[in-house]
Unconditional design. Structure first.
Length: 277
């Protein structure tokens, strides 16, 4: 019963890879113990992989490819899709687009953008959400979020721009220390040559105009110079690719940027808030 429940709870790509591994293992007349010895794992680890209790690591997939893959590259291909299982379901379609970004411009109204989150902030945010998640799933989501940071140092260089509503900085997640470390990390990242970070003040609407009231968005230009907008709310992610719709949101984003503090002033403001915690 536990095996059936584990397999049902595992993400689709993980379930498929596990079933293929089991079928090929049985076809090769190998026990779980035998297969484990060949690729450097225990029989229990192979069992956990096949039942969905533990998703295969990249190292295990490479071992499975060598012993069971028959030169077809099955498990190498599976690794790409299992990697997507580390992200929330609504984010999985956008994750490859984000990693292929030539430019990424985002306005965030509620929490720090995932690319800029510290591990402690991300863990507090994910573990504190509702409905509650298992510790294993929290660890997977945190690991996936941290892996996204490779975009900062990728070649060719990606240009990243983030506008944070001041409310994001004043909303305390986890603890004061976590928030203080998060703000200091924001400043460090904001000083990267390929990053621009700005803050939209809480009083930006006093003049009768607040371009950010319609919510968050992330705009991406891919390496192929395609333009898309990603919007996420209540665990639902939407990709906007229609040129007219993308253009409309691009104009709105430009207005938000114009109403925000300048980059240097913004970093000083974040440093000031961190000092007050």
């Amino acid at each position: 019963m536990a095996r059936a429940e584990n397999k049902k709870a595992a993400p689709t790509a993980t379930r498929l890879a596990a079933d293929i591994a089991r079928i090929l293992r049985q076809h090769a007349k190998l026990t779980q113990e035998n297969l484990g010895k060949k690729i450097g794992y225990t029989g229990s680890a192979i069992s956990a992989m096949e039942t969905g209790a533990q998703p295969p690591s990249e190292e295990m997939l490479l071992g499975l490819e060598e012993v069971l893959g028959q030169g077809l590259g099955i498990f190498k291909e599976a690794a790409k899709y299992i990697g997507l299982d580390k992200y929330p379901r609504q984010f999985q379609d956008f994750a490859p687009i984000e990693q292929a970004a030539l430019t990424l411009c985002s306005y965030q109204l509620t929490v720090v953008h995932g690319l800029f989150q510290t591990e402690e902030y991300a863990r507090a945010l994910i573990a504190g959400g509702f409905p509650p998640l298992s510790e294993q799933r929290v660890n997977e989501l945190v690991a996936g979020r941290m892996a996204r940071k490779s975009l900062f140092d990728r070649e060719p260089t990606a240009l990243v721009e983030l506008i944070l509503d001041e409310a994001v900085l004043r909303r305390k997640i986890g603890s004061r220390k976590i928030m203080r470390d998060q703000m200091r990390t924001l400043v460090e990242n904001g000083r990267r040559r390929n990053v621009t970070l700005q803050v939209l003040p809480l009083d930006s609407g006093l003049g009768g105009e607040h371009a950010g009231v319609r919510g968050e968005m992330t705009m991406v230009e891919t390496l192929d110079h395609d333009h898309v907008v990603y919007v996420e709310s209540q665990d639902i992610g939407s990709l906007v690719s229609d040129p007219a719709e993308v253009s409309s949101r691009s104009h709105r984003y430009a207005k938000i940027r114009a109403q925000a503090l300048g980059p240097r002033e913004s970093l000083g403001f974040i440093e000031q808030l961190a000092g007050e915690l």
